[in-house]
Design a protein around this ligand. Structure first.
Ligand code: 4G3
Length: 225
């Protein structure tokens, strides 16, 4: 059982992934738990503001400390949880990071918006993650990417036919080409080796094609091997 708490101004954004069949089933089977917390509810200001203009001047708004601090501290056992800030300045998210996080039992994800967080918010967390070198309007999509990719590594979340350890990145290789029926689609046929019934030859072909594809598309992965 892994417990996710998510601090967000837009909890409804998570409805999609939580109602998707695989994560929904994982929640029903008590393999994961996801709780959403709208930190706007912790604002003590008259208009429930959670951001303000930056000290020193300039454009944009900055998320302020108090609502995030109070929301974080309203979560039971927050002191023992692995607390993550989602920002473009974090360490780069990879399958290895997903594996590392799948060993935790309590993860708190903090999603920001606007131009960024008050720097002092960094002192509340253990980790800062970026899902890639691009800017989104908020940290919700990165948080969902983490919840989804970590959950599918929890034993029992995926069924046998939904595969896990043979996937791309588990061995730092891209997947080989795959085919299913029909054998002939508009004159494009399936490689003969795959219908030969010779499993030794099939395994050899798959390994070679995997390596070829990784060399062509992601030579950087071969350096990691
Ligand atoms: C803080 C994360 C939050 C500062 C968040 C923008 C992209 C990522 C935000 C900031 C985000 C990412 C919210 N965009 N690459 N937007 O993981 O500049």
């Amino acid at each position: 059982m892994i417990n996710f708490d998510c601090l967000t101004l837009f909890p409804e954004m998570f409805n999609g992934i939580l109602e998707d069949s695989i994560l929904k089933r994982a929640i029903e089977n008590n393999l994961i738990e996801v709780k959403l917390h709208n930190f706007r509810e912790f604002s003590t200001l008259k208009h429930k503001n959670v951001d303000d203009s930056p000290y020193g001047g300039g454009a944009g708004m900055v998320l302020m400390c108090p609502p995030i601090y109070d929301c974080l501290h309203s979560i039971e056992n927050n002191e023992n949880a692995h607390k993550i800030l989602l920002t473009p300045q974090g360490r780069k998210y990879t399958q290895d990071v997903a594996k590392e996080l799948s060993k935790k039992d309590h993860i708190i994800l903090i999603c920001g918006h606007y131009e960024g967080f008050d720097e002092r918010i960094r002192s509340f967390v253990d980790d800062e993650i970026s899902v890639g070198d691009y800017i989104l309007t908020g940290g919700e999509i990165p948080a969902m990417a983490i919840i989804d990719s970590v959950s599918r590594l929890i034993p029992g979340v995926l069924h046998n036919d939904e595969s896990a350890p043979t996937d791309s990145f588990e061995n730092n290789l891209l997947e080989c080409p795959q085919y299913t029926k029909p054998f002939d689609f508009m004159g494009m046929t399936v490689p003969e080796v795959l219908v030969s019934g010779n499993h030794q030859e099939i395994d050899k072909w798959r390994k070679e094609e995997s390596l070829k594809r990784t060399k062509e598309r992601r030579n950087d992965l071969l350096d990691k091997k």
